[in-house]
Ligand binder design. Structure first.
Ligand code: ZN
Length: 161
C-alpha cells in the first residue's frame, strides 16, 4: 500500500512540473495566512514588495548587509527564525549572504522571473519571498550562497529577547 502511495506521489510530482509557479503557490498552505491588504498594512512598502511581491532591493542598500552582530535573522513577515549570524558571510554582492539557513523553516521553490530557473527561498510559515540560492558560496563550508533581501528579515541580537 505504501509503495502504491509513493508511486502516485511520484506521478503527481512529474505531472506538476509543467505548471506555473503560481499554481504551485496556490496549492501550498502556509500556517500563517493574511490577505493582501493585511500584509500591506503590517509591512513597510519595501518589505511588502520584497516579501509579498518577490521584488529585490537595491544591492548595498539594506541595513543588514553589513551587520556582523551575533544573533538570529527572523522573517520580516512573521518572525520565524530563518538564519543564524554564524552562517552569515560577506559575499561582496551587496545582499546579506548565508551559507545555510534554518532548514525546517525555509521553503525552496523555483522562479522563472528572469527567463531561467533560479532556486527561490521563502519563509515556510508565511510564504514570504526572501531571496535566491546560488552554488557559488564558500567552498570550505557548504558551497551555497543564500542571497537574501535585508528588507525580508528582522535581526534579533543575542542579548535581546
Ligand atoms: Zn514568514
Amino acid at each position: 500500500m505504501k509503495k502504491y502511495f509513493y508511486l502516485i506521489l511520484f506521478a503527481l510530482l512529474i505531472s506538476c512540473q509543467g505548471n506555473s509557479q503560481e499554481n504551485n503557490n496556490n496549492k501550498k498552505e502556509y500556517s500563517l495566512v493574511k490577505t493582501d491588504s493585511e500584509w500591506k498594512s503590517s509591512l513597510s512598502n519595501l518589505a511588502y514588495n520584497v516579501l509579498r511581491k518577490g521584488a529585490t532591493e537595491r544591492p548595498f542598500s539594506g541595513p543588514l548587509n553589513k551587520n556582523k552582530k551575533e544573533g538570529t535573522y527572523v522573517c520580516g513577515g512573521c518572525r520565524t527564525p530563518l538564519y543564524k549570524s554564524q552562517h552569515k558571510f560577506d559575499s561582496g554582492t551587496g545582499w546579506p549572504s548565508f551559507d545555510r539557513g534554518i532548514e525546517e523553516n525555509l521553503e525552496y521553490d523555483v522562479d522563472y522571473k528572469i527567463g531561467y530557473p533560479r532556486s527561490e527561498l521563502k519563509c515556510n510559515t508565511c510564504g514570504g519571498h526572501l531571496g535566491h540560492m546560488f552554488k557559488d558560496g564558500p567552498p570550505q563550508t557548504t558551497g551555497l550562497r543564500h542571497c537574501i533581501n535585508s528588507a525580508a528579515l528582522n535581526f534579533i541580537s543575542k542579548n535581546e529577547k
